[in-house]
Design a protein around this ligand. Structure first.
Ligand SMILES: Nc1ncnc2c1ncn2[C@@H]1O[C@H](COP(=O)(O)OP(=O)(O)O)[C@@H](O)[C@H]1O
Ligand SMILES: [Mg+2]
Length: 242
């Protein structure tokens, strides 16, 4: 099971939206994916996946051995996408070792795991980075988000080798770049120092997850291309169509 941390210094840049949509794109390619909502106190993946209704336990219960992993997993009808809910508060500090042990239990059943972090570079985010193989840093194409991503990278470089950090640009719009409103992909790469993984266009359809009605085909294709790259396919980079 490949373990990815989805993070950013800044809130509201699309970490949770991208976690769900990339996970679904991988599921559409036949992979099984575990989403772990790591935004302690401000969960959202239950709403974005529609999987929260029957939740009883959180990953804190699994780590603290209050329940089995299988008791806490919420799984979709197809059986490929599962969710672990976060606690509202942490009762005690969680070590990366214990968190990793929980993920190891999941490794037999899942191909991919996404740890959807909350905003910021402190709290449990360094612990989550230690429990991950790769960090996907999400940023929108503007200078404030670029600064937050650069700060996030500084923290991550203490934990992961530089090549294990990848940049996901969200809400990318070629016309906004042309009009000087947004930074272009090259500028974002230069300002953050993070290797590019992919870009997702601005798309109002993404605001109505989990049904996903109205997601543009170019957005669906952007998620599919990111999924393909995570599966090791050499997919050319292009943001020209956004
Ligand atoms: N590509 C996009 N186009 C339009 N809206 C988006 C896009 N990505 C995210 N959003 C919206 O931005 C808001 C914040 O997204 P969210 O995933 O909750 O961010 P985070 O997890 O980083 O706090 C949500 O209202 C979401 O629907
Ligand atoms: Mg979020």
């Amino acid at each position: 099971m490949k373990r990815y941390l989805i993070c950013s210094g800044k809130g509201g840049v699309g970490k949770s939206t991208l976690s769900v949509c990339i996970a679904r794109a991988l599921c559409a390619r036949g992979k099984s994916v575990l989403l772990v909502d790591c935004d302690v106190g401000l969960r959202s993946l239950d709403l974005l996946t529609g999987l929260g209704q029957s939740a009883v336990y959180t990953w804190q219960d699994v780590v603290s051995e209050n329940c089995m992993l299988s008791d806490a997993l919420l799984t979709d009808a197809v059986g490929r996408l599962s969710l672990l809910m976060p606690p509202a508060v942490l009762f005690e500090p969680i070590s990366a070792e214990k968190f990793s042990q929980m993920l190891e239990k999941a490794a037999v059943d899942f191909d991919f795991c996404f740890l959807d972090a909350g905003a910021g570079v402190d709290g449990i985010v360094p612990m989550l980075a230690q429990a991950s193989e790769t960090a996907l840093v999400v940023a929108t194409p503007d200078s404030v988000s670029a600064r937050a991503a650069a700060k996030t990278a500084e923290m991550l470089w203490q934990i992961l080798p530089p090549e294990r950090l990848r940049l996901l640009l969200n809400r990318y719009s070629v016309s906004a770049v042309r009009d000087g409103i947004n930074l272009c992909a090259d500028d974002m790469i230069d300002e953050t120092g993070i290797r590019f993984l992919g870009a997702v266009p601005e798309d109002a359809g993404l605001r109505v997850l989990p049904c996903g009605k109205g997601i543009a085909s170019r957005t669906a294709s952007a998620f599919d291309r990111i999924a393909a790259r995570l599966l090791g396919e050499a997919v050319p980079f292009s943001v020209r169509k956004f």
